[in-house]
Design a protein around this ligand. Structure first.
Ligand code: NAD
Length: 339
């Protein structure tokens, strides 16, 4: 385990067990150079503790990079609660986890992630102040969508030399909390929208409300467009899907879009501008972190818009140095974290 921690440059791993509630949890703290670690809490079933630890460490590292490039005085961390087949009292489980977080005395701040809800965060908040995205703090998804929109403008400008999204043909994969809000923003900008979701009800709604053209989920990659926006699950860009893509730009909200980091080079070689996911989707993190610090809504909105300027600088450096935007983003983050 120490070798894995060294290779991920992980600062700390905390394991918790509370037999009374069935809680088994991991908190991974990757890097606190910029401030206390912040990152969501997953509540998922894992095949083994090793799998849970690996997931927590990988995600905590990603949070450090995301916070660094979002300009936050915040480190990277992640929590994982191992979901058991039967839970007698979910509220008691999250309350117990709140006591674990409190014992870290502010070194880690938690938030909603896969499998958890604002109601779960409210349970945690009964025992610690080091929690955000409670029902009181609100849903970060609309802020993620606004950041993605700013990032799309930057990417379209860099690749197509066009400062507006009007008339840009967008294939949007995933109409969830972020994807649907983004579809509304794109429609208001005059983009041409083609949408797909596994849930046909969401697709029908987007067609009716926004005039979007429905696509079958399996058709998203090969449909010609200017911009492909992955807003579903991670891993949308694989060797297979990358070969099918017929777009100029990839820019979307999903985390971990590339199945392998090498795909960034391959996309660049095909003339497809890939927008680094953790840079473009940082709007939700900005909202969560700055709300927690009591920053006002106007300033937060300005910081979310700033994602476009960060990407302008990444794309310019990528052009100047002949490296992919993904590699440039990683190097910029590492300079901040390790210089
Ligand atoms: P969500 O669960 O609300 O929505 C995801 C949607 O994608 C669902 O409607 C689902 O049916 C659809 N989907 C899944 N696989 C699909 C496929 N193969 N084809 C078409 N549709 C598919 O999730 P969300 O909160 O909107 O987040 C979307 C993505 O953005 C996730 O990867 C998430 O990790 C990432 N993200 C979200 C936030 C946020 O603020 N919510 C912040 C940063 C990153």
């Amino acid at each position: 385990m120490f070798a894995a921690m060294r290779s991920e440059r992980m600062e700390a791993l905390h394991l918790y067990s509370d037999p009374a509630t069935g809680l088994e949890a991991v908190v991974a703290i990757h890097n606190t150079k910029l401030g206390p670690a912040l990152g969501g809490c997953r509540y998922l079933a894992y095949n083994s503790l090793d799998d849970a630890l690996a997931d927590a460490m990988r995600l905590a590292r990603g949070m450090s990079y995301k916070a660094a490039l979002a300009g936050l005085e915040q480190g990277g961390g992640k929590a994982v609660i191992l979901r058991q087949p039967h839970v007698a009292d979910r509220a008691a489980l999250f309350e117990a986890f709140g006591r674990c977080i409190e014992s870290l005395r502010g070194g880690y701040i938690t938030a909603v992630d896969s499998g958890t809800s604002s109601a779960d965060m409210d349970c945690i908040a009964q025992h610690t102040a080091h929690v955000t995205s409670t029902t009181h703090a609100g849903d970060p998804s609309p802020h993620t969508a606004l950041g993605v929109l700013a990032g799309m403008r930057s990417a379209v400008n860099a690749r197509l030399g066009q400062s507006s999204l009007a008339g840009v043909r967008v294939v949007l994969q995933g109409l969830g909390n972020v994807g649907y809000a983004l579809a509304e923003l794109l429609q208001a900008e005059g983009a041409e929208l083609l949408v797909a979701d596994l849930d046909q009800g969401k697709v029908r709604l987007a067609a009716e409300e926004l005039g979007a053209q429905p696509l079958a989920p399996e058709a998203v990659y090969e449909t010609p467009c200017d911009l492909f926006a992955p807003c579903g699950l991670g891993g949308a860009i694989s060797q297979r899907s990358a070969a099918l893509l017929r777009c100029a730009v990839i820019a979307g909200a999903a985390n971990n879009q590339l199945v392998e980091p090498e795909l960034a080079e391959q996309l660049a070689a095909r003339g497809i501008l890939y927008t680094p996911d953790y840079v473009i989707n940082a709007g939700g993190l900005l909202h969560v972190a700055l709300t927690h610090r009591g920053v006002d809504a106007g300033e937060i909105a300005g910081r979310v818009k700033g994602i476009g300027e960060r990407l302008d600088s990444i794309f310019a450096q990528s052009r100047a140095e002949g490296r992919s935007p993904a590699e440039v983003a990683d190097r910029q983050a590492e300079e901040i974290l390790y210089a």
